[in-house]
Design a protein around this ligand. Sequence first.
Ligand code: NAP
Length: 251
Amino acid sequence: MSLFSLAGKAAIVTGSTRGIGLAIAKGLIEAGARVTISSEDAADTARVAAELGMPGIPADVSDPAALGRLVDGTMDAFGRLDVLVCNAGITGSASPFAEIDMADYDRVMAINLRSQVVLANLAIPRIASGGGGAVVLISSLSGLRGNARINAYALSKAAAAQLARNLAVEWGPCGVRVNAISPGFIATELSAPLLADEAFMARRMAMTPLRRPGTPEEIAGAAVFLASPAGAFVTGHNLVVDGGTLITDGS
Ligand code: NAP
């Protein structure tokens, strides 16, 4: 069997109608998996699912009942679940902590973090009872460094990497691996406002050894690695995919 084959495997990718989630879904499908497509927008979910020839189940990840329907619907469609990718996320509004809007804070935490806890608890027992598999939680480089403006987002992303470590310890004995991916700057709709900010981009690319933003496909490669036999001895890891932004001191 190929190291990177996911033939016969069934997966869920949240936020898979565009950006990083869509690229991950396509990567898993290319590796042989069947994937449930999902976002909070029913029309987008149906369109992308039809384009990829996969089932689509809309779910706002901040709604636990919708996450239940997502997992149950996937079990109905495929009869099994092997891979879960918790990708859906929002940035919320940027501000210093002194000016934080706590309603925004609650929304960011619900979508970026609470949803990952709820979905992991719904999905992992199914993955374990099918013989084991893999969970990938999308974290962020902003959860690994200090930043004076990215507040709730960075907290939620740091916690996602910790959630991967805790779940890895809990579920490793049952054959379920849980890892995080921390993307650096990736060109998507989410990062479009920063991409349009010339001063920000000049500063950010100067401290990125590869001197360019990443692509969603470059995150998909990491997700396929972690989900497939190639990653079979990797668990509890936070894989940074950032063109080197984290490891340079800028000099
Ligand atoms: P994006 O282009 O904005 O796509 C986000 C996806 O998540 C969309 O499919 C969106 O669907 C879905 N989504 C948002 N809120 C949702 C909700 N409440 N319920 C269900 N689905 C929801 O974002 P992206 O850049 O691909 O980012 C994907 C993940 O990577 C996020 O967790 C983000 O924090 C993380 N990340 C991104 C970067 C970057 O530079 N782009 C860097 C580090 C980490 P709808 O259109 O239906 O809302």
